[in-house]
Design a protein around this ligand. Structure first.
Ligand SMILES: Cc1cc2nc3c(=O)[nH]c(=O)nc-3n(C[C@H](O)[C@H](O)[C@H](O)COP(=O)(O)OP(=O)(O)OC[C@H]3O[C@@H](n4cnc5c(N)ncnc54)[C@H](O)[C@@H]3O)c2cc1C
Length: 422
């Protein structure tokens, strides 16, 4: 069992969420980019550390106690193993065409946040934009205006330490905040809410983003490399936007603009070649601990001719249900009902997260490595899950050796062809 944050780091289980830095009262931890691993890593200043172990308590890298968290926040265990506790599922999009065009899917996250801000349900939202000073680095921040919320729309396929802003939340005058994050961010936030009621009071809405896995910084730089772009030449990067599924766009300092379709730009993302190592062991695709979570509807029968974009919604709490229905009746968003079965049709990853993970944990144990703990039901893996889990595990491990990357891309394409994929 892992007992302190330094062991999380040593065991390669840091998910880059930033909760350890955000909770630390003595500023003894700082997330810095490790240029070897191309991920963030928490750097601990032992002279400032008072051994309170709060960093360990909030860290989702070593443990997510779904049983306890579900009981505490939802007052029940989920009846649906794949998507967690939920009340209703929807498909929808933001009414503002401009917001929709510039978002990842249907712009619902941005639309719901703007509605909540306009109506005084929140006084700010913790969201993420790309930094102006370092355009290839993300910048989580608290947005206070609709313009700032819009500036943060679109998915960022790079590590983002959202939870390091827990510190700012605690110190700020904000009393009604929304937080937007990937499943690991929401886990870190919920862990913090469990141990400190000030977070529970100040954070009134947790918005989750579906996530099969996230990529390290190498993913972006290797893509730029293929286009012949040096990182220093980049003025602005957009991983999504320009309709659905959209384009990845890079604006250069010399004024040039390069753009390629999402499907081509992110083919490597789908292949796990540059995945953050900890993502291998995450069982949560739909941000099960959030109030509502949003994803891309990869459902051919619905999205075949879609070019403007729609977002999938899993609504989990009454509070979220009320916000969605009021935003709908006030004309901010469009929504239609969707069965949970259709949500589950959106990509094989939802099921594989609950099955392949079991195999990956087994492989990890075989190598004598410490395991993250989850108190959540995982499903019994089948033959296909074993094969895929082994492929993906070795893909991630071997592709950390850059010289093997070309070979790994070919192997991954073969895996996708044989076993299916997004
Ligand atoms: C790394 C990653 C992996 C994903 N994997 C899947 C998947 O497997 N299946 C699926 O259906 N959907 C996945 N998504 C979600 C999808 O890309 C859209 O984000 C989602 O559908 C919401 O779209 P939207 O148009 O409603 O959001 P928008 O209106 O565009 O708003 C997006 C919001 O997400 C926040 N955000 C963006 N990137 C990050 C990040 N990296 N960390 C924290 N916050 C962020 C932004 O600040 C913004 O508020 C993934 C997203 C990311 C970032």
């Amino acid at each position: 069992m892992i007992t302190k944050i330094s062991e999380v780091i040593e065991n390669g289980l840091c998910c880059n969420c930033g909760a350890c830095e955000g909770i630390c009262k003595t500023d003894a931890i700082e997330l810095r980019i490790d240029h070897q691993k191309k991920e963030y890593t928490p750097v601990i200043d032992e002279t400032k550390c008072n051994n309170c172990n709060l960093c360990y308590a909030v860290c989702p890298g070593h443990c997510v106690n779904y049983h306890e968290l579900n009981e505490f926040f939802f007052k029940k265990q989920p009846s649906d193993v794949l998507i967690g506790n939920y009340l209703n599922c929807y498909l929808g999009y933001v009414s503002d065409d401009n917001v929709r065009f510039n978002s990842s899917s249907g712009g619902l996250v941005t639309g719901v946040l703007i509605y909540a801000l306009d109506k005084g349900i929140i006084d700010g939202a913790l969201v993420t934009r790309m930094s102006k000073e370092n355009p290839l680095e993300p910048e989580p921040f608290i947005a206070k205006t609709p313009e700032e919320i819009m500036e943060a729309s679109q998915s960022k396929y790079c590590p983002v330490p959202v939870c390091k802003l827990l510190k700012e939340i605690l110190a700020s005058d904000y009393n009604k905040l929304a937080v937007v994050g990937l499943p690991c961010h929401i886990q870190g936030i919920k862990n913090a809410e469990m141990i400190n009621k000030v977070f529970r009071e100040k954070i009134v809405l947790n918005i989750g983003i579906f996530c099969s896995h996230n990529d390290n910084f190498w993913q972006t730089t290797s893509l730029l490399d293929r286009w012949g772009i040096k990182p220093g030449e980049v003025h602005e990067i957009h991983y999504r936007g320009e309709g659905w599924p959209g384009n990845m766009t890079v604006k250069l300092k010399n004024g040039e603009k390069k753009s390629i379709p999402y499907s081509r730009a992110l083919s490597q993302h789908v292949l796990w070649i540059n995945a953050i190592h900890r993502c291998l062991f995450c069982p949560d695709l739909t941000a099960e601990l959030s109030d509502m979570s949003f994803g891309d509807p990869w459902i051919p029968e619905i999205m075949e001719n879609e070019t403007k974009g729609q977002s999938l919604v899993v609504c989990r709490t009454k509070k979220a249900e009320k916000i969605l229905s009021e935003a709908l009746s006030d004309g901010y968003i469009h929504l239609s009902n969707l069965s949970s079965e259709m949500v589950k049709k959106s990509g094989y990853m939802m099921e594989s997260k609950k099955k392949d993970i079991k195999v990956r944990l087994l492989i990890r144990r075989l190598f004598g490595k410490k395991l993250p703990e989850y108190k959540t039901p995982l499903q019994r893996p089948g033959f296909k899950n074993y094969l895929r889990a082994i492929f993906v595990y070795f893909q991630v491990v071997l592709s950390s050796k850059r010289s093997l990357q070309g070979f790994m891309v070919k192997l991954s394409l073969l895996e996708t062809k044989l076993l299916g994929g997004k």
